[in-house]
Structure formats: C-alpha cells, structure tokens
Design a protein around this ligand. Sequence first.
Ligand code: HEC
Ligand code: HEC
Length: 360
Amino acid sequence: MRNIIAILVSALAVFIYACEKEQPEVPPVYDPSPYSVNLRGFPDPGFPANNQPTAAGVQLGRMLFYEKSLSKDGSMSCADCHRQQYGFSDTLKYSIGVEKLPGKRHSMALINLAWHKEGLFWDGRSLHARDQALKPIQDPLEMNEKLENVISKLQSQKLYRDQFVRAFGSDTITAEKIGLAIEQFEFVMVSNNSKFDQWKRGETTLTDSEERGRQLFFTEFDPSGVKKGAECFHCHATFNFTNSEYMNNGLDAAADQSDPGRMNVTGSQWDMAMFKVPTLRNVAVTAPYMHDGRFSTLEEVIDHYNTGVKNSPTVDFLMQYNLQPGGLRLTTQDKQDLVAFLKTLTDTEFLSNPAFKSPF
Ligand code: HEC
Ligand code: HEC
C-alpha cells in the first residue's frame, strides 16, 4: 500500500513538473484598462489627461509607495511617514528620515489629493503630485537617495521591469514614470464614506451632539451672541474641508514665527507664516496637528481657535473674533460638540481599504 502511494505521489510530482515546464512564461503586455473610482457623489476630479489612472499604473504606484529601496539604505518607504491607519500621516511631531534626523514639519495626511490643485506641501512648493513624489526621495532629511540609484535598483528587478511594461508599455524605468505612477496611486486614494458622507446621502443620522457640532462648524461667528457659530467653514470649505488656500490661522505672534511657510515660495512678506489649509477628513486619526504638530488633541485645536489665536500682520481676517477677549465664546459643551462633529469625518473604509495597503 505504502509503495502504491509513493508511486502515485512521484507520478503526480512528475506530472506537475511537466505541466509547469510546458507553460512558457507569458511576457507582460501594456494594459491601459482604466482604474475605476467610486466617486459616490463627489465632483469629478478631472484626472490629468496625460496621466489617467489605469489598474496597472495604480498598482505600480502602490508598489513604489511601499518600496523601501526608494531610500538610501533600504530602510524606509513613503508609507513609513504616511501610514494608512493614520490617514496616511504619522504620529510624530516631526517625521524621522533615514539618517535618523527629524524633518522640519509634521507629515501630511494624504487624502483626496486628486482634488488638490493649488499645490502640495504645507507651503505649496510643489504644484503637481508627480513632481512632489520625487522630492522626499532626494530630501536629505527624508529618504536621502539619488534618483539614478533608485532607477538602477528598480531596473535590476524583474518585478518592476514587468510592471513598468504593463503600466507604460516599456521596461525602461525613468524618474518621470516613477512620479506618474505614484501620482496615479495617490489620485485614487479617495475618502468619501465617512459618517458625515453617509449622513449627507441620507443613509444615517447624526447624534444630537454631532448635529450641534455641525451647526457650529458651518455657522459664522455672531458678535451679538444671538446665533452661535465657530466660523470654521470658510477656510475648511467644500466637500473636502479645505478652500485650497494658504492662510495664517494665528498660531504665533509675529516674534515667535519660526517657519516662514508660504513666504518661502512666493518671497512675499504677505505670505509669512501662511500654510496650506489642510483637509479635515479623517482628522480624528491624524494627530498631532498643524504644520509643526504642536497640538496633540482636537480639544487643544478647538481651544486654540476659541481663545488661543495670536495676532500678527498676516493673520487672516476671519480670525478677528477669535482674537477678541473671550474669543469664540465656546462653552465646554460646544467644544465637545465640535469634536463629536469632527469625528464624523472618519472614514474607516478608507483607513482599512485593502486596495491601499502594501502589495508586498
Ligand atoms: C521622513 C518622512 C517622509 C517620507 C519618507 C515621505 N514623506 Fe511625504 N511628507 C512628509 C512631510 C514632513 C511632509 C510635509 C513637508 C513640508 O510641507 O515641507 C510631507 C508631505 C507630502 C505630500 C504633500 C501632501 C499635501 O497635502 O500637500 C505628499 C503628496 C507626500 N508627502 C507624498 C510622499 C511620497 C509619495 C513619498 C515617497 C516617495 C513620501 N511622501 C515620503 C514626510 C515624509
Ligand atoms: C482663517 C482660516 C481658518 C479658519 C477660520 C479655521 N481654520 Fe483650521 N486651519 C487653518 C489653517 C491655515 C491650518 C493649518 C495651519 C498650520 O498648520 O500652520 C488649519 C488647521 C486645522 C487643523 C489641523 C489639521 C491637521 O491636519 O493638522 C484642525 C483640526 C482645524 N484647523 C480645525 C478647525 C476648526 C474646528 C475651525 C473652527 C473652529 C477652524 N479650523 C477654523 C485655517 C483655518
């Protein structure tokens, strides 16, 4: 009996080996099939005509986003500072790069970037995601690697040569194609299924506290005190909770402003300490907050807007009431309600979507 089993097993092994041998390896082919994004009522982002997301391109971008050999010592990928569970941000005040040195700003959440048309980074110094993607690779405080080295590391791997063929029709790897693929991946990372979105679509209801917070968020401050409003919505505007502008929300008095922000890009003193108005989507999981990660909780952020705003030549006009004694006059209950509302912007589907996880 044992002999028969042994014979059968070896016959099977020979058979499998023969089958494998007979199938010649299929060479990869260019595959322009589009990647489909479920917009769920969001406006069409208008993907760039010269870089429409394809399934193969997005997959390549995803591989590159999680690829540690993009860094000098192979220890770090984009995803180390942009972690999915934290809305593709990280939990450090200042991110640490490959040289174990801290950067100068807090990592940004990567959410709905397809709609960010007015620049990337806290100061907007990169206009397009495809160019932005090459900066952290070369930044000495981040991945600190030369593009030519990245290209030769990827070029030596069949996995990448094949995927570049599927995505771009050629296995010649270039920096430009790396940028385009990462841009495709970033542009399909869409968060549109938070409790707030579901409420907007009539699929769920808000609790009393969330609804009061929503009213506060979307109501102007009324100096007469008749209406209550926290004046958040002019800056954190649109479905994406940002007006896509660079503004000063009064973090520091002029003498304490250590980061020139937007002024670095424009050279204008009127842009001193102006920073990109960040989206508030998934904000409950992207702590710490602000360009320098100075606040650890949403409660601290609300306290800042309520009574902590500092005056300076570029502080936004909308902060005029925050600056007055008593500020926005928010009660403990109001603050709790605002936080409850901000938590409705958490999209657990986005934060755990397998399509955005590491492909390795
Ligand atoms: C060492 C940590 C670190 C690494 C690694 C890193 N980033 Fe970042 N990322 C940051 C920080 C910090 C900022 C904000 C920097 C600034 O404004 O000056 C940022 C900003 C961004 C932004 C701008 C988002 C916006 O809303 O404007 C994008 C996009 C981005 N990173 C993508 C990437 C990609 C793609 C990679 C990999 C190629 C990467 N990052 C690697 C820390 C990192
Ligand atoms: C004048 C425009 C303006 C108004 C009004 C405003 N914000 Fe902001 N908000 C900003 C800017 C600009 C930043 C980024 C500042 C920085 O990092 O230096 C920001 C950052 C934040 C952050 C941190 C997000 C992150 O990812 O780090 C939160 C949370 C926030 N605002 C909530 C609110 C709430 C709640 C209100 C209403 C009480 C409000 N904002 C009113 C402009 C504004």
